[in-house]
Design a protein. Structure first.
Length: 232
């Protein structure tokens, strides 16, 4: 059972990655979430500059995966915010409030994971929450039999809110658009980490627990879009 050390955190990076990085990261295999204690998953970020949703050549949704209905967009989203690192996250529908730690990449190019059930962590190589592009926040679903920060992530529904407080005192308010469960072997890296033309957020944890093997076979991803801005 692997335990991932939190090392080699990269500094701030633009939302787009180089072609060389894409070539490397698309080949990285998925790991993590092999049962307790680390039930978050760490697919390789980011692998393309493509907008969500995925084109037809993306891996299909796992047959055992689940998807909430994505509501039609009726309101024009607010303009993206400037860069400011996040300090904590609040998900009222889940009763979750958590500080945020920095997450970088491991030597094999996969995403680091938090060292315990709390806190959640944000990937420093992606845009900060509220900036144009996909901000990434990951957390465990469980840890040594203890519920993790994202234990109930799969229960989020469209229009649920996610509030991220940032170091400059501002708050980015996101609205969930859909929650999808993907097989780890078919994780759609480009959909989750690829460039988008607006401020988005992806919350990532494990799913698909197999009682026979004691492993989490899927990743649960909640997609959210910037819906409001609260100034300092």
């Amino acid at each position: 059972m692997q335990r991932h050390a939190l090392t080699d955190r990269p500094g701030p990076a633009p939302s787009r990655v180089t072609a060389a990085a894409v070539a490397v990261l698309t080949a990285v295999s998925l790991c993590g979430c092999a049962g307790s204690p680390e039930a978050v998953g760490n697919p390789a970020p980011p692998a393309a500059t493509r907008q969500h949703p995925a084109p037809a050549d993306e891996p299909p949704l796992s047959p055992k995966g689940t998807r909430t209905e994505k509501p039609p967009q009726t309101d024009k989203p607010p303009p993206a915010m400037g860069r400011s690192a996040p300090e904590n996250i609040r998900v009222p529908a889940l009763g979750v409030t958590s500080e945020l730690m920095d997450l970088g990449l491991l030597a094999d190019g996969t995403l680091e994971v938090p060292p315990g059930p709390f806190p959640a962590g944000w990937y420093t190589g992606a845009p900060t929450p509220g900036e144009t592009g996909p901000a990434i926040i990951a957390g465990h679903v469980s840890w040594n039999g203890v519920d993790g920060v994202f234990a109930d992530l799969d229960t989020l529904r469209p229009h649920d809110r996610v509030i991220v407080e940032r170091t400059n005192g501002s708050k980015a308010v996101f609205e969930v658009s859909e929650v999808v469960e993907y097989e780890k072997s078919a994780f759609p890296t480009r959909v989750v980490y690829g460039d988008i033309d607006h401020a988005g957020l992806r919350l990532i944890t494990c799913g698909g627990y197999n009682e026979q093997t004691g492993e989490y076979e899927d990743n649960t991803v909640a997609f959210a879009e910037l819906a409001g801005v609260r100034s300092a």
